[in-house]
Design a protein around this ligand. Structure first.
Ligand SMILES: O=C(O)C(=O)CO
Length: 365
C-alpha cells in the first residue's frame, strides 16, 4: 500500500527516493556513532575559529557527531593558537579573516577532512594546498546575496548623493542656508551602470537599481553570461568600454589572480569625471593608491568601499581623509538573518564533510 501526503496527494517517486536516502544516511551516522562509543573511540574533532551566530553553533552542538573546540571571542584567534589547536582535527570551521594555507594544513595533519568557511569568498584559503591533501571545502553562496545587494545600493546612494558629508555638515555648522550649488551629487535616473563581474550578487544589485530609473546596464567578465545577463537586460562589453560608458561602476567579482588590482589607474583614467565607483567584493581588486590619486585629481567623482586592504583600514589612511570617499567596515552581509543563515550553512557543510557526504555548497577543487 502507498501512503499519502497530508494534502492527500500521492508522493512522487523522487520524494520517496530522497526520504529513503535520508533515512539510510541517518542510520549510517547513528550506527557509526554507536560503534565508536562501543569501541571507546573518540568523536571527530572540530575547531571553530571564532564566536559565530547561534544558529551555526546550535547545529554543530546538536549534531552529536563531533567534539567541538572554539576560539570563543569576537576577535580573531592568534595565529600561534590556531596552529596549535588545529592539530589532529577532522573539521575546520573558519572565517574570511583566517589565512588557511599550507602552514595551517600541515599543522592540522592528515586527519583533516573538511574545511568550511562562513563566507562566499574563498580567496583566504589556499585551494592548491587543500586539493593536494584531498580536503573538501564548503562555502556559503546564495544566502548572503540579498543582504550584499541591499548594502551595495545603500553605499552607492550614500556615495553619489554625498550623505555622509551632508550629515557632517548638518552637525558641524557647515549648513548655512539653502544653496543652489551646494552638496550636489549624481542621480541614477537615465544613468548607465556597469557591473564588473556578473554573478548572483551583480544581478541582485541591478534588480534593485532598476526602479531608480537606470537606463542601461553593462557588464564585463572573463566570459559572457547570457542567461544571467538576460534577467537584467545587461549588455556584455570590454572593461575599457565599461569604464568609458558607465556613470556608476559596481565591483562584484571574486578576488582571483586575474582580478587582483584590476581597478587601477588605467581603469580610472578611462572613467567619466562624474562617475562613481563602488566596491563590495574584495579590497585587493583595487589599487588603492591609484584610486586615491583618481579621487584627489578629480578623475572620478567619488568612491564607496565596503572592503579595503588591509582590514581594518588604519584610521590615518589617506582614503579616510577624503570627503568623496565613503568607507564602510566590511558589513555588506551584516544582517542578523543573513549571518545566521551563513553560520548554519557553514555548519551543514562541515557536518556533511565529517560524515563523508556531499556538501550542500562545495567549492570544486
Ligand atoms: O562572505 C563573504 O565573502 C563576505 O565578504 C562577507 O560579507
Amino acid at each position: 500500500m502507498v501512503d499519502v501526503t497530508e494534502a492527500g496527494e500521492l508522493p512522487d517517486q523522487s520524494c520517496l527516493w530522497r526520504l529513503k536516502r535520508f533515512l539510510i544516511s541517518e542510520f549510517n551516522t547513528w550506527s557509526r556513532l554507536e560503534a565508536m562509543k562501543a569501541t571507546g573511540k573518540q568523536l571527530p574533532k572540530v575547531y571553530v575559529t571564532r564566536r559565530i551566530p547561534p544558529e551555526g553553533m546550535k547545529m554543530l552542538q546538536e549534531s552529536g557527531i563531533c567534539e567541538i573546540e572554539q576560539w570563543d571571542s569576537d576577535d580573531p584567534v592568534p595565529r600561534a593558537e590556531l596552529l596549535k589547536k588545529v592539530s589532529g582535527i577532522q573539521g575546520l570551521y573558519c572565517l574570511l579573516t583566517e589565512n588557511i594555507n599550507e602552514e595551517v594544513l600541515k599543522a592540522a595533519g592528515p586527519s583533516l577532512k573538511v574545511v568550511s568557511t562562513m563566507s562566499v569568498g574563498y580567496d583566504h584559503l589556499s585551494l592548491d594546498a587543500l586539493k593536494k591533501r584531498g580536503i573538501r571545502l564548503g562555502y556559503t553562496p546564495d544566502v548572503l546575496t540579498e543582504a550584499v545587494a541591499e548594502l551595495t545600493v545603500a553605499l552607492l546612494l550614500a556615495t553619489s548623493r554625498r550623505l555622509i558629508e551632508a550629515v557632517d555638515e548638518a552637525k558641524n555648522g557647515g549648513w548655512g542656508t539653502w544653496k543652489p550649488l551646494w552638496m550636489c551629487g549624481n542621480g541614477l535616473t537615465q544613468s548607465t551602470v556597469g557591473i564588473l563581474g556578473l554573478g548572483r550578487i551583480g544581478v541582485a544589485i541591478a534588480k534593485r537599481l532598476k526602479p531608480f530609473g537606470v537606463k542601461k546596464f553593462l557588464y564585463t567578465d572573463i566570459d559572457r553570461r547570457p542567461e544571467l545577463a538576460a534577467t537584467i537586460s545587461a549588455e556584455f562589453v570590454s572593461l575599457d568600454v565599461l569604464a568609458q560608458q558607465s556613470d556608476f561602476i559596481t565591483v562584484c567579482c571574486a578576488l582571483t589572480p586575474e582580478t587582483q588590482g584590476i581597478c587601477d589607474k588605467r581603469l580610472f583614467s578611462k572613467m567619466k569625471n562624474n562617475a562613481v565607483f563602488i566596491n563590495t567584493s574584495r579590497g585587493a581588486v583595487v589599487n588603492q593608491e591609484d584610486l586615491y590619486q583618481a579621487l584627489v585629481n578629480g578623475q572620478i567623482a567619488a568612491a564607496g568601499l565596503d572592503v579595503t586592504v588591509p582590514e581594518p583600514l588604519p584610521v590615518d589612511h589617506p582614503l579616510l581623509k577624503l570627503k568623496n570617499c565613503v568607507i564602510l567596515p566590511h558589513i555588506a552581509s551584516a544582517t542578523v538573518e543573513t549571518r545566521n543563515a551563513m553560520a548554519a550553512l557553514a555548519a551543514k557543510n562541515l557536518l556533511a564533510g565529517l560524515k563523508g557526504e556531499a556538501l550542500p555548497k562545495e567549492v570544486p577543487l
